[in-house]
Design a protein around this ligand. Structure first.
Ligand code: G4P
Length: 284
């Protein structure tokens, strides 16, 4: 395996976001945690776990259209075993998004029944949390059907501009502040970079593509072979660097002297991974 320098990642200060989340947690009934279904574990921010674990939870596996359906099913099963409900959605087309309200009501069913028995008709308030790029804005847009009626637009309600009605008696709070990814494991950093959650400017793009090829050649050999018109044996016989070169050559990405333009090839491979052209792939 190629040695990749640890991704130098200097996120913004989390203190303010954490404080705001801690303040808002009192107002909400349930946390909807959005993750990228291609990296359901690596795209979580466990730094806020101590704050949000006090509340019921729904996990939203977003971008499931690009993730490996077999692994998505395994992840859902895993969460279920740990007592957490999860739904898989595609916020680009809106597929699965209609399950959200039902799933939230399901998780909170005891409380809803209790309130009903007491004659209380309280709104359900959900805080949606997620690191950048998991598709949080797309998801909120879809569930609010693009209307995003702000709660503050209603007379007598001034809870700030990140609250939205998505239904009568159903309010959403977008993550207050930016929830930067936090990780110690370099592999987690790489996976965030593969999906574009960490911007390419802070990364050596060729090293990143080489690492991605190494990982794909283990679990998704077949995808690599069919996308780049190679045999599985060919993929097997090459290390990451040589795979990058071989793919660049296949695509005619040559520079003067006949060498492969590995930078161009790396950009192309990452781009094709991010747009699921290599297939539906899950790396966690
Ligand atoms: P964020 O608020 O969490 O930062 O994410 P945002 O909604 O901005 O989504 C980040 C990118 O992911 C966007 O692509 C968005 O279209 C895409 N995306 C979000 N949800 C899904 C999904 O379920 N499936 C797929 N395939 N893509 C999704 P972009 O390239 O930044 O913009 P564009 O393609 O919309 O122009």
């Amino acid at each position: 395996m190629a040695e990749m320098q640890n991704i130098q990642w200097f996120p913004g200060h989390m203190t303010k976001t954490k404080r705001k989340i801690a303040e808002s947690i009192k107002l909400i009934d349930i946390v909807a945690e959005i993750v990228d279904a291609r990296i359901p574990q690596s795209s979580r921010n466990l730094d806020i776990e101590d704050i949000i674990s006090k509340k019921p939870r729904l996990i939203i596996l977003n971008k499931c259209d690009m993730a490996d359906p077999r692994k998505t099913a395994i992840w859902k099963e895993y969460y279920k075993k740990n007592g957490i409900e999860a739904i898989d959605v595609d916020s680009k087309t809106g597929k699965g998004v209609n399950l959200f309200i039902k799933a939230i009501r399901g998780v909170l069913s005891d409380r809803i029944e209790d309130a009903k028995a007491k004659g209380i008709n309280k709104s359900i308030r959900v805080m949606v949390v997620g690191i950048p790029n998991v598709g949080k804005s797309s998801f909120i847009n879809k569930i609010s059907k693009g209307k995003r009626a702000r709660v503050e637009d209603r007379p007598g309600v001034t809870r700030g501009n990140q609250w939205f009605f998505i239904d009568k008696n159903f309010e959403i709070l977008d993550t207050p502040g930016v929830l930067w990814p936090k990780f110690e494991d370099p592999l987690v950093g790489e996976k965030l970079a593969f999906t574009g959650a960490i911007k390419d400017q802070v990364i050596d793009i060729q090293q990143l593509a080489i690492r991605l090829l190494e990982l794909l050649s283990i679990d998704y050999k077949n995808n690599l072979a069919s996308r780049y018109k190679m045999t599985e044996e060919e993929v097997d016989g090459l290390n990451g660097v040589d795979l990058l070169k071989a793919i660049g050559k296949k695509r005619g990405m040559l520079i003067s002297g006949g060498d492969v333009d590995t930078e161009r090839a790396a950009i192309m491979i990452l781009d094709e991974f991010r747009s699921a052209k290599i297939g539906r792939i899950t790396l966690d």
